[in-house]
Write a protein of this length. Structure first.
Length: 137
């Protein structure tokens, strides 16, 4: 069993497709073991995406992530990290495979509907960033 962090980004929350995205996870063997809706502060978004702080898109990414509420979840299941990345599709929705979350719900590389941890190690760090142990069950 693995756990991974998923964020439904402000564009998808605005479109009111939270349930449709959660259905993709549940229909593919992932279980929501923690979930909350919150509006990130700029400090939160900067800290969460610190690995990208030197990238040219960093400021736009932070501004986008604080543009509205997000839904943050811990997904649990077999190979959860990789499975979530497969369900999400490529970072750029124009390159995302048909039937993936980003192909179906995202508009652009900036507003791309979901975040997902990219490794087991980062999943642990990202889960700790958002959730206390007692919130995951
Ligand atoms: P992913 O979310 O697929 O793991 P990255 O970790 O590489 O992608 O990037 C984090 C987020 O930064 C992406 O989801 C996307 O919103 C944004 N991003 C990445 N690359 C670009 C880019 N070239 N231009 C604009 N935004 C980008
Ligand atoms: Mg990433």
């Amino acid at each position: 069993m693995q756990q991974t962090l998923s964020i439904i980004k402000p564009d998808a929350v605005k479109k009111n497709v939270v349930g449709k995205i959660i259905d993709r996870f549940e229909s593919n063997g992932l279980r929501i073991v923690a979930c909350k809706r919150l509006w990130l502060s700029k400090a939160d978004a900067k800290a969460f995406y610190a690995v990208h702080s030197q990238r040219p898109f960093f400021n736009d990414l932070v501004d986008f992530m604080v543009s509205g509420p997000v839904v943050v979840m811990v997904l649990e299941g077999e190979n959860a990290v990789l499975k979530n990345r497969e369900l999400m599709g490529a970072t750029n929705p124009k390159e995302a495979e048909k039937g993936t979350i980003r192909a179906d719900f995202a508009d652009s590389i900036d507003a791309n509907a979901v975040h997902g941890s990219d490794s087991i190690e980062n999943a642990k760090i990202e889960i700790d960033f958002f959730f206390a142990k007692r919130e995951i069950c």
